[in-house]
Ligand binder design. Structure first.
Ligand code: ZN
Length: 102
């Protein structure tokens, strides 16, 4: 079967998150590069890019999911964070949560 790269994750944590995300849509993916981080204890895992590959038949659907994922990621990173206590979205310009004051 033919596979295509749909996303380059920054680390294996993100790659596995995407794997789980795709699985929710019944899409199986392969992670490429992740195995490099196993057994090389001294190398920081987070500097290793992991490529996420899906079967070509799932490519269109996956690209749509990844587009949404990237949009969310951009929004969260640039404008908001989640309060650890009440899970309210807070603009990053606020130091404490305006909802529960934590
Ligand atoms: Zn809060």
């Amino acid at each position: 079967m033919d596979y295509s790269v749909i996303y380059k994750a920054q680390n294996s944590f993100e790659a596995n998150f995407i794997k789980g995300l795709l699985k929710e849509y019944s899409i199986n993916c392969k992670l490429l590069g992740e195995s490099l981080s196993i057994g090389i204890g001294e190398l920081p895992v987070d500097v290793m890019q992991v490529e996420v590959l899906v079967e070509n038949k799932d490519l269109k659907k996956s690209n749509k999911i990844m587009q949404d994922y990237k949009n969310n990621l951009t929004n969260i990173n640039q404008n908001e964070r989640n309060c650890p206590k009440c899970h309210q979205s807070i603009p990053t310009t606020f130091k404490s949560c305006w909802n529960c004051n934590q």
